[in-house]
Design a protein around this ligand. Structure first.
Ligand SMILES: [Zn+2]
Length: 443
């Protein structure tokens, strides 16, 4: 976990991203091949390490990409290399050559640095799984046959977050710069048309805080659906003094930008005046069909504090209160026009075995509820566009992987569920300790 991610975590900025289309006149269907899969959401980070094509789930938990095919009942590394033992190879250097190894060392720039794919995120887009290592964007053909580097930045700056939606790659980078005695953080967000070979010279800059009055503190993540992309980041005013320990609770500020990909208009989402008190900001933006959902969070209050969640009409921009009775520590997910509340984070910290899930309609009515066992690190992904949720359980040197189907839980009224186990992934964290020979770097 890098500093930014830690920051994101500490500040409860975990961004939940979900989506199912918006804005256009026609009834919108999410296009699986080209749309960001917005209903997948991780409750503790904004990483997304599960994606789907129509046929299966691509899962990245330990730096190896696996595919689960429900029809064939297979769960296997995404690698077509002949004689490859993938993450089962006792020779760790051979594991690096495996196509399914998307997490580990590669070469960045010309200075032979090794990197860990610490953003851990993957995205399915038109037959490929995209991922980032350092300053490069790679894609692996979904059958595991071939890996290409599609973008290499000139500078050795890591891409921290990325998203692909309807023909464009959005990527975020975080750097520092000095002015006089002071060191400030900067964030840059770029938009670049997807191609087999992309060049950063063609990228459009959407955000750059250098030479502004804002000092960058953390990035909350991207989300996208239909005509919109959102991004959320945390800043402080450069003139603000950081004297007290808890200065960030009231002196930091989290702009969330709604970017219209059709018109190019960028606007900051502003919540109702009555909620605008020091410490209150937007925690989550989720996409539904006609509305986007905005969940507020008060940094000065604890997780049990009740905070409002609003629905905002895309067309009119009108805000409606959806609920003001949910503790701010609950996590919201969406699937189609359902809103799913869970308390995984809070239950995990209280060492409970089960988390409570409640499914609501758009009107706020309870539709179903159930108890789901907390596996491993309480990192519950949302339901994918195909209605499947993948859960991980970290056990010793392995990850057990489970599925939960939305159609099954929609019928429940308080029951405990037993997620179906679909496979096991080897844990290869020992890779951290491997010293790579020069020949590897000089290739
Ligand atoms: Zn392999």
């Amino acid at each position: 976990m890098n500093i930014k991610q830690l920051m994101v975590s500490i500040l409860c900025l975990s961004i939940i991203f979900s989506f199912s289309g918006c804005g256009s006149e026609k009834k919108k269907e999410s296009k699986l091949e080209t749309d960001y899969q917005t209903s997948y959401t991780s409750n503790t980070t904004s990483w997304r390490n599960v994606q789907t094509d129509e046929n299966g789930q691509y899962v990245n938990f330990s730096g190896f990409l696996y595919c689960y095919n429900e029809k064939n009942n297979t769960f296997a590394p995404v690698c077509e290399k002949v004689n490859c033992l993938h993450d089962k190879d006792p020779d760790k250097l051979k594991q690096i050559e495996c196509n399914a190894n998307i997490g580990h060392h590669t070469i960045v720039g010309d200075d032979n640095q090794s990197v860990w794919n610490d953003c851990g995120m993957i995205q399915y887009y038109e037959g490929y799984i995209y991922y980032v290592q350092g300053n490069r964007v790679y894609r692996l053909k979904k059958d595991g046959s071939k890996t290409d580097c599609v973008l290499k930045l000139k500078e050795s700056i890591s891409i921290s977050f990325f998203l692909i939606h309807r023909g464009y790659l959005y990527y975020e980078m975080e750097t520092n710069y000095t002015r006089g005695q002071e060191v400030y953080g900067n964030i840059q967000i770029y938009k670049l048309e997807i191609a087999d070979h992309m060049n950063e010279k063609d990228a459009e800059c959407l955000l750059d805080l250098k030479d502004t009055n804002q000092d960058f503190l953390g990035f909350g993540g991207f989300n996208a659906s239909g005509d919109y992309v959102t991004y959320e980041y945390q800043v402080r005013d450069k003139t603000e003094k950081m004297e007290e320990d808890d200065w960030w609770k009231t002196k930091s500020y989290d702009p969330t930008i709604l970017y219209n990909i059709k018109t190019g208009k960028k606007e900051e989402i502003t919540f109702p005046k009555k909620d605008q008190t020091p410490g209150v900001g937007i925690q989550t933006v989720l996409f539904l069909d006609k509305y986007y959902l905005v969940k507020l969070y008060d940094n000065t209050k604890d997780v049990d504090e009740k905070m409002p969640t609003y629905l905002v009409d895309y067309k009119t921009g009108k805000w409606h209160l959806w609920k003001d009775t949910l503790p701010q520590g609950t996590v919201l997910l969406t699937y189609k026009d359902y809103i799913i509340e869970n308390n995984v984070d809070r239950a995990y910290h209280k060492k409970k075995k089960y988390a409570d899930y409640t499914i609501y309609s758009l009107e706020g009515k309870k539709v179903a509820n159930y108890k789901c066992p907390i596996k491993g690190e309480a990192d519950h992904e949302g339901f994918g566009p195909d209605g499947i949720q993948i859960l991980q359980e970290h056990k010793g040197h392995k990850y057990n992987v489970y599925e939960v189907k939305f159609q099954d839980v929609l019928k429940l009224h308080g029951e405990k569920i037993t997620p179906k186990r679909i496979g096991t992934m080897g844990d290869n964290t020992e890779m951290y300790d491997v010293m790579l020979p020069d020949e590897y770097w000089n290739k």
